[in-house]
Design a protein around this ligand. Sequence first.
Ligand SMILES: [Zn+2]
Length: 621
Amino acid sequence: MRRTALAIPLVVAVALLSSPALAESPQDRWNLADLYATPADWNADAERLRGQLADVQGCQGHLGDSVKRFGACMALIDDAQKRYQRLSVYASESHNQDTSVDSGLELDQRSRVLRSQYGEAQSFVRPEVIALGRAKIDGYLKADPSLGVHRHDLDTILRAAPHTLDAAGEGVAAQFGATSDVASSAYTLLSTADMPWPTVKLSDGSVVVLDQSAYTKYRAVQNRADRKLVMDAFFGQYKQFEHVFGATLYGQLKIDATNAKVHRYPDVITRAMDRNAVPVAVYDTLIAEANAHLPTLHRYFRLRGRMLGVTDLHYYDIYPPLVASDRRFPLDEAKRLTLEAVAPLGPDYVAAMKQGFEQRWMDAYPRPHKLSGAHMAGSAYDVHPYVLVNYNDDYESVTTVAHEWGHALHSVLANRAQAFTNAGYPIFVAEIASTFDEALLLRHVLQVATSDDERLLYLGSALEGLRGTFFRQAMFAEFERVVHARVDRGDTLSGAAMTKIYGDILRRYHGEAEGVMKIDDVDAIEWAYIPHFYNAFYVYQYATSIAASSLFADSVVAGEPGALDRYLGLLRAGGSDDPYELVKKAGVDLATPAPYRSIAARMDRIMDEIETIQARRAPKS
Ligand SMILES: [Zn+2]
């Protein structure tokens, strides 16, 4: 999920529990003083914002006065938003670096108040622009070419005109809108607070309470009986609540379906995709192509079985790493490897990343009370991006650095090239920039690896990343497509019905009929564990992004004429146009099979390399 400050969490949070104490120097902490030298400066800027918001409200009812007034109001709203984003990055990252400190929490809360004040102050803009209408807005754009920077935003607003009700209708919809989070709130409370977690005794005698974070840790252990125990107990607990989880998800689907209908969309997916003008064909091509390439996924599972020494692969065998390694990667090595890896993107790109490493844009190491996981905040337009990771000295941490700095450089290039109003980019393109750099990292570490053990570590990690980011998200996307379609056409769905739908998809993706992997009945409750289903048609973008970045990386690395410029052009374009069009203009059409074929071919190449190494190592008989 995306926060206002464009913090993009990784799909998989970085485990940081029980990490050894790591040597931290001031160089490894970010410098938030680049945003505000002192808290007093933050306060003064917040005061300035409040003054601006009063002026913004003064624009209400006057956008149609004249082109001059319209332009002045647009500029004012932009400046207020830019100021808010800078305040917000400082506040939220102050809090994230140490959640136990009251001053950071207070700043964060004050920044949230500012956000709602900003939202309220400019809430008249959309309805007023729609009321002015296309002809009037086009007239403005023609009369004053400097308004051109607002064209995309205005087009986006006007596109919603046929789906916007009259004032009375929108008023009623807004009243009901206040109840739109009841299902997801109930789900969150149940799955994070109220559900009693099962306790299991592992083979070493330790007793573990299987909450969410313990589950993600212990499902990956090497001892097979332990991970079976862990998955059975964890999903078994969800199964106990199948009725109520079914009721909360059905409630969400129903809310989504009603909202779509009320706003004159034929179904939920059309409404969700219309937000960023992504054709529904992209979604359906993703699902069709993921299914067409299931033999590649099944080949991976068979290889996994061989590498783990398991002949009857089960779903609980999916998480232990293919290659156990105690190779350590100090932070400086991660930075060096990433810089070397991104060389194909040219000296300017490398120099900007190097500058970020040297000038303390990153908070690197885990500490007590620091936010877990990893994210990048790129929305302080006049300053620079900030990166938070929990660096752990393992190879996964190196890939996290490459990923988050891919986001950071995207923001650097977009902020440099675009006016503020067009610099921010949606998730549909964001995950292309991050996974592109991960692909370059893999290419580079394979070139410099000095042993087959090392190569297997990199190849195994990359394979697992591609499974988790492409096939698993595509599988979630398919489940969403099916359950939304059922509720769109008026069916009711129980928890048991959802388990049946999910179980069928899970079995198909994991090749049960082909004898690849056994899915136990209890595994089919997994849908209840996935919070993203309360955010309709969102996760598919992880799968489309990594497919796009795979095809972009193929062409840049192969040195195809123009490919590098087109790709950098995509990064520089920020949010200046609809994201599907931007990606297409850069050379990748996500409504065609090519990107999905590229990612399957990438997985096949990685498996070829692993099998070559295995053949080299096999004892000659
Ligand atoms: Zn990301």
